[in-house]
Every structure is written in structure tokens, then in C-alpha cells.
Design a protein around this ligand. Sequence first.
Ligand code: URA
Length: 187
Amino acid sequence: MDFEEEFGEELEQVPPEFFDRDRFVPAIGSLEADVALVGEAPGADEVEQGEPFVGRAGEVLNQVLEDIGVAREELYITNLVKIRPPNNRDPKREEIEAWDPVLEAELDCLNPETVVSLGNFASRELIGTEKGISQLHGKVFNRKWRILPVFHPAATLYDPDKRPVLEKDLRKAFGKPEEGQKTLKDL
Ligand code: URA
């Protein structure tokens, strides 16, 4: 997929003050994917390599995907905001709003069975809630798409107890249950 070709019209609508080319990271994956992963915003490693989730959080994500038997290549992986916020600060509301139409166009085009939102920012935005990820993770929210929020992989680096929870929630999203665990297909 050539992201800029596919979503060129929407990218042109992003106000220039929120579109710094030197900090831009496009989505990766197939527009035929059944599942979209939506992160927060790229970090320094992502900008360097031009791909979402290739730094430390990406290593965790890749490992969990491997553990549950899902190939990264099968997924569509994107971010709420496609520009790296300076000094790794949280994305601002204006940035999220500036990039919302691009995400909406991506999901419209993909029409995924499930959208897995990674962490607080993507989950709150896609679900339309002020609640935090600790309350939201692992539950299904039927909005325009079916949203399943999970902990951000980076959160497991600070709190290793979140790692098995992330794995369990992703198993649910991908229909790769552990014995006795419900998947989306059961709901
Ligand atoms: N964290 C995110 O939310 N997105 C990335 O692409 C990398 C780290």
C-alpha cells in the first residue's frame, strides 16, 4: 500500500502546522486486513525507520503477536496521530483532531472486522469516552466499527503485570483463545 497515494486527499486537508514531514510516519499493512491496530503516535525509532511500532513498544507488540500466532504482516497498523510529538509528549487535542479525518478515511477504506485500539489515547478517541484504558481494556465497544481496546505495549515495559493482560486481550481480538477464554466470535 502506498499510503500517500491512497490517502493523499485527506493528507492535504491536515493543516500544515500539524504536518511536519520530518516527523511523519505512515500506516503499514494491507488494506485487505481484517484487523486494524491503532496506536497513539510514532516515536523516534518509527520516524527513523518510517514504520509504526518498530521501537521498544513494537518489539513487545511483535513478541505478543508471535506468542499468540498472529503474523504482523496480516494486520493494518496505524496511529491516531501520524506525526511524532516533540520530546515524546502526549498528543494534543488539536493534533488528534487534525489527524482524525485521515484515520477515519483509513478505517472507511479498510472496513475492518475489528479495530484494536492500543492505550488510552486511541481508545478514548475511537470509543468516545473519558474512561481510562484500565477500565476499557478487553471489552468490546460497538461504534462505527467494533473496537476492542488493549493496554499499550509500551505500558508493559513499565508494568510487566500488564503483559499477560495484553496477551489475553489480543487473543480475544484475534480469536486465538486460551482454553476457556471467550473470543469475539462467541459474543
Ligand atoms: N507507540 C505508538 O503509539 N505508536 C507507534 O508507532 C510507536 C509507539
